[in-house]
Design a protein around this ligand. Structure first.
Ligand code: ADP
Ligand code: GN1
Ligand code: MG
Length: 361
């Protein structure tokens, strides 16, 4: 909240109320606006999203599309899709004199975004919500979307960034991450599997969310059903595998993403089943053979990519992800690599279970 007069900023949205920091996002600055009804005020991270206009145009178009589908299907558009509140000048965000950009959303009430769950029903609900999100956007004109972060899930490009961070070693930390660096280098062959299948046309591009962390979906506080998919900054053309793999990277972790005690970090078979059932129930009609073949691999890939990004940021001196403690990015990287080892040790079993689920869809 430092440095900004948030009430002053809010006046540009014709609202005035109490404001407090909110949520556990790693990217944007999020505040709750306490009034009736409530709102979410967010400062867009323009170091990461260099063109906020493009971001907000994507979000406006995508939410308009989902709103229409929600109404057609008898849902509640005020709750089941983000609502962007315009400024008094009818813009989708407000730009301050110093260049900071703020947006205002309707607050999704009586719903929870979880950082961790131990109830498979909740993860299944998240799966249904993320699957439905893709389904609703399956006829969205993909060419309308801006690429808000270039090469976001291009794992080979992420690998190059990692190698550069390693050779620059700006923060002199490479010596403290020898095992983690080796872990990445040993798995370099994971990087281009999905991008190559996309390039050769074997895996289709779809409109995807690209950041399907469990805390980017709101679940109903009473029923635990999925309510609304949020954090739409990275909605771009991508692979269904990115959304599936990333959601399980986070949601099937028995520990927190930054858990220091790695004995608490395991890949849960039960959560894997629950999410897979939920997600595939929504996308089963469009799923291709190549996508099916790579579902389990995609969990490894997305976990690898994310762990490598945390490690890259650690080596660069913590310039991307928000950090709240010493070696935070290294701790996060370690949990991801522990998950990968766990998945690698039971990949066959996971694929067998997956095939059973697919057969029963
Ligand atoms: P980041 O990109 O930093 O992750 P998010 O858009 O995910 O930012 O917002 C951070 C957190 O704020 C979310 O995990 C959620 O808990 C809360 N949040 C965001 N938008 C809303 C909303 N419209 N209604 C209720 N809570 C929200
Ligand atoms: C960031 O914004 P948030 O906290 O939902 C990141 C994701 C990572 C995730 C790791 C725009 O997600 O790509 O997977 O952290 N978002 C961006 O927790 O880089
Ligand atoms: Mg988020």
């Amino acid at each position: 909240m430092m440095g900004y007069n948030l009430n002053e900023i809010l006046r540009n949205f014709k609202v005035e109320a109490d404001i407090a920091s909110y949520g556990n996002g790693h990217i944007n600055d999020t505040y709750i606006v306490e009034m009736n009804p409530k709102y979410i005020l967010q400062r867009i991270n323009t170091d990461i999203f260099s063109d906020p206009f493009d971001v907000m145009e994507n979000i406006s178009n995508v939410t308009t599309h989902i709103r229409k589908k929600t109404i057609e299907n008898g849902g509640n558009p005020d709750r089941e899709v983000l609502t962007v509140i315009h400024t008094i000048n009818d813009e989708t965000f407000y730009k301050c004199e110093d260049g900071s950009c703020f947006r205002l959303y309707k607050f999704i009430d009586k719903a929870i975004s979880y950082d961790i769950v131990d109830d498979p029903k909740k993860l299944k609900s998240a799966g249904v919500a993320f699957g439905k999100f893709q389904k609703y956007l399956s006829d969205f004109p993909m060419e309308k979307l801006h690429e808000t972060i270039k090469d976001f899930h291009n794992t080979p490009v992420r690998f190059e960034a990692f190698k550069k961070a390693l050779s620059d070693d700006k923060a002199s930390r490479a010596k403290d991450a020898c095992d983690e660096i080796k872990f990445v280098l040993d798995r370099a062959h994971y990087c281009d599997v999905v991008v190559n299948e996309i390039k050769s046309g074997n895996i289709p591009l779809r409109v995807t969310h690209n950041d399907t962390k469990l805390n980017n979906v709101m679940l109903d506080a009473k029923t635990n059903e999925g309510v609304c998919v949020i954090d739409l900054d990275t909605v771009m053309p991508g692979s269904l595998l990115y959304d599936y793999g990333d959601a399980l990277r986070f949601g099937a972790n028995t520990g927190a993403e930054d858990e220091a005690d790695l004995s608490k970090v395991n890949f849960s078979d039960e959560m894997f089943e629950a999410f897979t059932e939920g997600f595939l129930s929504q996308v089963k009609d469009t799923l291709t053979e190549k996508e099916k073949e790579n579902l389990v691999f995609s969990i490894k890939l997305m976990t690898f990519e994310c762990g490598m990004r945390f490690l890259t940021d650690y080596l660069n001196g913590d310039t991307y992800f928000k950090v709240h403690k010493k070696d935070h990015n290294l701790l996060r990287c370690r949990t991801q690599f522990k998950l990968i080892s766990d998945i690698e040790s039971k990949e066959e079993k996971l694929n067998k279970k997956l095939n059973e689920i697919i057969q029963n869809l």
